[in-house]
Design a binder for this molecule. Structure first.
Ligand SMILES: Cc1cc2nc3c(=O)[nH]c(=O)nc-3n(C[C@H](O)[C@H](O)[C@H](O)COP(=O)(O)OP(=O)(O)OC[C@H]3O[C@@H](n4cnc5c(N)ncnc54)[C@H](O)[C@@H]3O)c2cc1C
Length: 290
């Protein structure tokens, strides 16, 4: 690892000011699970490290019926997984966290760090997009709230500016009612080869009919993204096995996986299709029990 200057920031304002001052030569450090590994391998060598892990104001989970869920950017995966309110109101989020990496990584890794790493195989990002989440980006002089769906622009690339920190995730009050995230990985807690988060609502007047649906793919595109053609096939329709098959087929055609050591492109398209079928069936079954 190359030498660097280390700044433990006391608050968001100071951290953003340091980021603005040192520009592209500075990197935020949260849990360090990704960044420190990359520095050890000399994939990145930032001369300035702005450590925000000590900013306790960014470590929280708040829920209210009217406002929904708010998670501070420095909250760890383990806190999300173990949160009673998340297990109760947003079970797909807690269940996803249980399959994310090891307990050791979840104890250190933060939700802000996960999203800002912009790994195409992130498990957190598809789940939050399926839940309709937005994120707050705080800069030296600015603050903006953007839909998480519009946050990623390519593999390992986001819209975040150099002086900004991801300070909060907001999941609006649950308007949809059945959701699940499923990933396929070589070992259960590895990064996904393919993953799907599906969240849907059934019509009150006709509980076999889909009112609204979001299907979000992980690891099979350059960044986590919705598969809108498949959503449109299911939205407003009675959920039947042939309809689910048609939507899953559309997903396998629309995604853009690449062949790598985890499998060939065709294999990933097949896996994605199976996962979509399973998540839509399971999400509908969960919605019917509520
Ligand atoms: C062995 C291993 C297995 C893993 N398996 C999975 C998995 O199965 N699924 C999955 O989703 N993830 C997985 N991960 C990724 C892990 O979840 C992330 O590494 C972790 O969440 C990153 O968070 P961090 O706090 O450690 O970020 P850091 O390593 O501190 O930072 C990562 C990047 O984000 C930037 N950053 C961090 N916080 C912020 C912020 N608040 N605002 C702006 N920029 C920020 C940093 O500058 C850096 O570029 C795995 C990681 C490891 C090491």
């Amino acid at each position: 690892m190359d030498d660097f200057q280390y700044f433990p920031a006391k608050n968001v304002k100071q951290a953003c000011a340091l980021l603005a001052q040192y520009g592209e030569e500075a990197k935020v450090l949260s849990g360090g699970q990704t960044l420190v590994n990359m520095m050890k391998q000399r994939l990145v060598s930032p001369p300035y490290i702005i450590d925000i892990k000590g900013i306790m104001d960014l470590d929280y989970i708040n829920y209210s019926k009217d406002d929904g869920l708010r998670i501070g950017g420095l909250t760890t995966h383990r806190s999300v997984e173990k949160s009673d309110v998340i297990q109760d109101k947003f079970p797909m989020l807690a269940q996803m966290e249980y399959t994310l990496a090891s307990v050791a990584v979840r104890n250190w890794g933060t939700v802000g760090g996960n999203l800002c790493s912009a790994d195409p195989a992130s498990d957190l990002a598809p789940t939050l997009i399926a839940l309709g989440a937005e994120v707050t980006l705080t800069g030296a002089e600015t603050q903006r709230v953007v839909s998480l769906e519009n946050f990623f622009i390519d593999s390992f690339e986001t819209i975040i500016n150099q002086d900004e920190i991801l300070t909060e995730i907001h999941v609006p009050k649950a308007v949809m009612n059945g959701g699940i995230h499923i990933k396929f990985a070589i070992r259960e807690t590895d990064l996904a080869v393919a993953s799907v988060a599906t969240h849907l609502t059934l019509k009150e007047s006709s509980p076999e009919t889909c009112d609204d649906i979001r299907i979000v793919m992980g690891a099979v595109n350059s960044f986590p993204s919705r598969v809108k053609r498949a959503e449109e096939i299911i939205r407003g329709q009675k959920i039947t096995d042939p309809l689910i098959e048609k939507a899953a087929q559309a997903v396998s055609e629309d995604i853009q996986p690449t062949s790598d050591m985890n499998g060939k492109e065709a294999f990933k398209r097949d896996i994605a299709k199976v996962l979509v079928e399973r998540t839509v069936k399971e999400a509908a079954a969960r919605a019917r029990t509520l």
